[in-house]
Design a binder for this molecule. Sequence first.
Ligand SMILES: [Zn+2]
Length: 269
Amino acid sequence: MTQNVINFIKFLGTAGARYVVARQLRSSAGLWMNIDGDDVLIDPGPGTLVKCFSSRPKLDPGKLKAIILTHRHIDHSTDINVMIEAMTDSGHNKGRIVIAPEEAITGEPVIFSHVRPYLSKLEIMKPGAEFEISPNIRLTTPIAHQHTAETYGLKFITSLGIISHIVDTFYFDGLLDAYSNSDLLILNVVRLSNKNDREKGILHLTVSDAERLIEVIKPKFAIMTHFGLTMIQAKPWEIAKQMAEKIGIPVISASDGMSFDLGQIKDEE
Ligand SMILES: [Zn+2]
C-alpha cells in the first residue's frame, strides 16, 4: 500500500566510496524527494529499485517525474537504466525526464541508448543551467564540482524553500556562493579528514569542509550523507551532534531509510 505523504526527502541509501558500497555496509540506493506531490529521484546507485519496493511505505517508480544523475560514478548510476524503465513503464508513461551531465551519455554511456526514447526529455547539465521539472519544482546546477568525473551539485527551487545538495566534490570556495540562500543543505561527506587527498586523487568533502560550508551558508537544516568508511567508523551521528552544538545550526547525519519532513524548512506565514 502506498501512503499519501507529501513534502519529504527519503534517504534510500547513505553509502559513499567503494568499500562501503561493495560490502553494503550501508545501502547505496538513491535519494527520493517529494515536493507538493511531485516525486524526483537523485543518483540511483546499486539497489535503488529493490529499496523502492522494500521501503515502508513502498515508493512507486512509476510516479517519478524525473531522475537526476549528478555524475557517472557507479555508486550513483548503476540503477539508472532500470529506474528509467520503471519510471516510464518502458515508454508508456509520458512526460518523464532525466537530467544528467554530458559525460553520462558519451563515450561508454551509463545511460543506455535503448532507454533514451522512453523519455520526453534528456536534459544536459551545464554550469548555471536551469530546468523545469514540474510547475512545483525548478532545478539549477549552479557550478561544476571538482571531482574525478563531470559532476554537478543541485539546487531545487520549490514552494517550501531552496533545497541544495552538494554532491561529490573537493572543497573550493566557489561552493559557498553557488549554494548560498539554501534553506536545506544536504552534503556528501565521504571523508573524515583530508590526508593529502588531492595528491592521492581523492576529491571529496571532509568533516571540516562540511562545517565551513554549513557555517557560511547558514541553512535552516543541514544533512550529511554518502559516508565512506572513515566516517562510519567515526560515528557520523556524534560528529553531527558536535557540529550542531558548535555552530548553532541543526545538523543531521542521515541513516538508511531516514525520511526528513520538508515542511520544517518552510517559513512561517
Ligand atoms: Zn563520485
